[in-house]
Design a binder for this molecule. Structure first.
Ligand code: PEP
Ligand code: MG
Length: 324
């Protein structure tokens, strides 16, 4: 590791006026774990469990899943590891579970699939819970949630998996359960969801796609995919406030958090944790260490008055230059 990175690894993400913001990471492949620890990650805010599923030829068994989950949990223990239940469909295809739809982003994906296939969900949740025995640093997160009944049903199944495993003699602890806010319907129910779960995490990549009606993977409309669109920022602001009204932790694991300018805005909005890709973690940490919370809040106030995504982006770039 370069000496500069090594030096940064040991420093907290703390503003010049002493505000400390935990920086977690997003992982998927086994190799992400070592890189994340090297870069000083304080937890995993999103483990995309579907990634190991995508590079196989059939569904992994409970035992196979357990072994790979155990490695992540062990590597990070006692730091928290947030495992997202299988988020397939949409842009994430499994070769051995084909889904043919005209409009996959609005189709059968994420929690919709796993609630329709409780056998897939239960095997995965059982593997997560068994992997966490004795470590107890697991958090379970539900993707693409749009309605209260999905959360109720998923929680019921997680409780059932816990009960089953205890009957089988495993010393299982009920993990914190959270939901991702990724669709506009979830934004407007954020407070209701916050009451039902232990934490909220915003999936701003999908949220941007659905708020702006812009396919996140379509190069033809890539110029319209604007994470700094005022409507997206308003939604992010709103979610943080709604979660905090219920005294629940709110984090964000979409790519906007990995952009130093975005990270400052999110900190000013009150996000409790930013979860970023390991490559960007040092850059985000430097940005946080270069400002005061007061300055970040002023920047947010300024940006809130703007109506154009590009103007906002420019303003953030200028501010970062000014903060050094
Ligand atoms: C998101 O949508 O912001 C997110 C973190 O999930 P993914 O990118 O895996 O859909
Ligand atoms: Mg998503």
């Amino acid at each position: 590791m370069a000496t500069e990175l090594q030096a940064l690894h040991d420093l907290p993400a703390i503003t010049t006026d002493g505000y400390r913001l935990p920086l977690w990471v997003n992982t998927g492949l086994a190799a992400d774990v070592a890189r994340s620890l090297e870069r000083g990650a304080e937890g995993i805010g999103l483990y995309r469990t579907e990634i190991p599923f995508m590079i196989r030829e059939s569904f992994p068994s409970e035992q196979e899943q357990l072994e790979s989950y155990r490695k992540q949990l062990e590597a990070f223990a006692p730091l928290p590891v947030t495992m997202r239940t299988l988020d397939i469909g949409g842009d994430k295809a499994l070769p051995y579970f084909p889904i043919d739809e005209e409009n996959p982003s609005l189709g059968w994906r994420g929690i919709r699939i796993t609630l329709d296939h409780p056998e897939i969900f239960m095997v995965q949740v059982r593997a997560m819970l068994r992997a966490s025995v004795g470590l107890n640093n697991l958090r379970i997160m539900l993707p693409m949630v749009t309605s209260v009944h999905e959360v109720e049903e998923a929680k019921r199944q997680i409780d059932r998996a816990c009960a089953e495993l205890r009957e089988e003699g495993y010393d299982v602890h009920a993990p914190p359960v959270g939901v991702m806010i990724e669709v506009p319907a979830a934004v407007y129910q954020a407070r209701r969801f916050a009451r039902m779960v232990d934490f909220i995490s915003v999936g701003s990549n999908d949220l941007t796609q659905y708020l702006l009606a812009v396919d996140r993977n379509n190069p033809r409309v890539a110029g319209l995919y604007a994470p700094y669109h005022p409507a997206v920022l308003k939604a992010l602001d709103f979610i943080a406030h709604e979660a905090h009204k219920e005294r629940k932790h709110v984090s964000i694991c979409g790519e906007i958090a990995a952009d130093p300018g975005g990270a400052l805005l999110l900190m000013a909005m009150g996000y409790d944790v930013l979860s970023v890709n390991a490559n960007n973690l040092p850059r985000v940490k430097c940005a946080i260490r270069g400002v005061s919370l007061e300055e970040a809040r002023h920047l947010l106030l300024k940006v809130r008055m703007m109506h154009d995504a590009e103007e906002i982006h420019q303003t953030l770039r200028q501010a970062l230059r000014a903060f050094g």
